[in-house]
Design a protein around this ligand. Structure first.
Ligand code: NI
Length: 381
C-alpha cells in the first residue's frame, strides 16, 4: 500500500499545501471544511457536517467492522515564519501542529481505499474541530460518531522521527490536563508602609513556590507530573501594594490517582498558605482532557501493519509517554484506540518543534500516513 500511496504524492502535497494556506481556529473552520468537503465530493465519499466538523464514511464489505480515524482540522494563533511560498494566507494563524497533514493523510487513505478492489473495513473519518481549544472530540462523540465503531486510530506528525518511521506506544501515551485560576485578596496599602496591609504580591510568590513542592515532594519521581504557573497579574504602580492578584496554571499527569490528588492538593495548599499570610484565595479548576491510553491490541495491530508496510525497523517504540495532551483521549476512552506518531522530520537543519512558527512537516510523511491508515482498515477484514 505504501508503494501505491507514493504514486499519489503530488496530489497529497497539493492537498496539504492548500490546507496549509488557509489555517483557521477552534470551531470556526468555514474554508477548511469547504475544502475537505470538495475533495470528498470529488471522490464520491459521502459526508455530513457534525458538531462543527465533518464525518465521512467509506463503506467497506457488507458486515465489515466500522473503524474510525480522527483527523483534527484546527490551526494555532501563531504568525507563520517559514517563509515558504505556501505559507499561511491568514494573518496570525498557522498550521503549526501539522493538522493540515493529518487531513491530507485521511483524504489520501480514502482515495487509496476507494480505488482498491480489495476488502476493507468501513472507514469513518472524523474531521474534528477544536483539538487545540476546548475539545471538539467530546461534542462529536455526543453526536454519536462512535456508534458501531470497533476501534479508532489517530496519526500525529512527529518532528522527532524520520519520514518512513512511526512511533507506537502501548498503554499510557499522553497526559491528562487540568487548568486552574487563582484569585488572591489581601489589603492594599502604600508600599512604604506594608505592615498596614496584607501583600498579595509577596504572598502570591510564596504560594507559587510552594505549589512546586506538590510535584517535587509529594509525587513519586517515577510518576510523571508537571505543574506550571504561566501568568501572574497584579498591581498598577511600584509603590502601591494592590488589593488583589490573579494567577493561572496547568497540571499535567498520567495516573488518574495522581491527577485527583494533585488537583485536590493545589486547592488545599493555595488556601492554606494564603490564610497563613492573611490573604484569602479563590481557586477555580477547569477539567481538561483525560490521559490518552492506547489499547494494547489496537497498538499491536498497528505495529504489525506498520512493520509490513514500512519495515519492522521503522516501527519505533517511544521510550515513555509524554505530558502533552490530545483530545483523541476522549475517543480512546470510549472505544479501543491508538495514537500513532508519524515521522515528519525534515532532513538537515534544525529540528523545529510542534507549535513553532517555523514548523513544517516533511511532506514525505503524507503517503506514509495515508498508506498506514488504508492498510490498517484492510487488515481488519
Ligand atoms: Ni496537534
Amino acid at each position: 500500500m505504501y508503494k501505491k500511496a507514493q504514486t499519489i504524492q503530488p496530489w497529497l502535497t497539493e492537498v496539504h499545501q492548500a490546507l496549509h494556506r488557509i489555517p483557521e481556529l477552534g470551531r470556526d473552520l468555514p474554508e477548511t471544511t469547504a475544502y475537505v468537503a470538495e475533495r470528498l465530493d470529488e471522490m464520491s465519499v459521502p459526508h455530513c457536517p457534525c458538531a462543527g466538523g465533518l464525518v465521512a464514511e467509506l463503506a467497506g464489505e457488507p458486515g465489515a467492522p466500522v473503524v474510525a480515524l480522527r483527523a483534527d482540522m484546527d490551526a494555532l494563533p501563531v504568525e507563520e515564519a517559514t517563509g515558504l511560498p505556501q505559507a499561511s494566507c491568514h494573518a496570525g494563524k498557522m498550521h503549526a501542529c501539522g493538522h493540515d497533514a493529518h487531513m491530507a493523510c485521511a483524504l489520501g487513505a480514502l482515495r487509496l481505499l476507494r480505488g482498491e478492489g480489495e476488502r476493507a473495513a468501513t472507514l469513518r473519518v472524523l474531521f474534528q474541530p477544536a483539538e487545540e481549544t476546548d475539545g471538539g472530540a467530546a461534542k462529536m462523540i455526543e453526536a454519536g460518531v462512535l456508534d458501531g465503531v470497533s476501534s479508532a486510530l489517530c496519526l500525529h506528525v512527529a518532528p522527532s522521527l524520520a519520514v518512513g518511521q512511526i512511533g507506537v506506544i502501548s498503554g499510557p501515551a499522553r497526559g491528562a490536563s487540568d487548568m486552574f485560576n487563582v484569585t488572591l485578596r489581601g489589603r492594599g496599602c502604600h508600599g512604604a508602609y506594608p505592615h498596614l496591609g496584607a501583600d498579595v504580591v509577596a504572598g502570591g510568590a510564596q504560594i507559587i513556590s510552594a505549589l512546586q513542592l506538590l510535584v517535587s515532594r509529594e509525587t513519586s519521581p517515577l510518576d510523571p507530573a508537571v505543574l506550571t504557573v504561566g501568568t501572574f497579574a497584579a498591581g498598577t504602580a511600584r509603590n502601591i501594594i494592590p488589593d488583589s492578584a490573579r494567577f493561572e496554571g496547568i497540571v499535567r499527569t498520567l495516573d488518574p490517582a495522581t491527577r485527583a490528588r494533585t488537583t485536590a492538593r493545589v486547592r488545599e495548599l493555595v488556601e492554606g498558605v494564603a490564610a497563613a499570610l492573611r490573604l484569602s484565595a479563590e481557586v477555580e479548576f477547569i477539567e481538561g482532557y483525560p490521559a490518552l491510553i492506547n489499547d494494547a491490541e489496537v497498538a499491536a495491530a498497528v505495529r504489525r501493519v506498520g512493520a509490513r508496510e514500512l519495515g519492522a525497523e521503522n516501527v519505533i517504540t517511544p521510550p515513555c509517554p509524554q505530558l502533552g495532551v490530545d483530545d483523541f483521549a476522549c475517543i480512546a476512552e470510549r472505544v479501543p484506540g491508538c495514537y500513532v506518531d508519524l515521522g515528519a522530520r525534515r532532513p538537515g537543519g534544525v529540528e523545529e518543534p510542534l507549535h513553532s512558527p517555523r514548523f513544517y512537516p516533511d511532506e514525505g510523511c503524507l503517503p506514509v500516513g495515508a498508506a498506514l491508515i488504508a492498510a490498517w482498515a484492510q487488515s481488519l477484514m
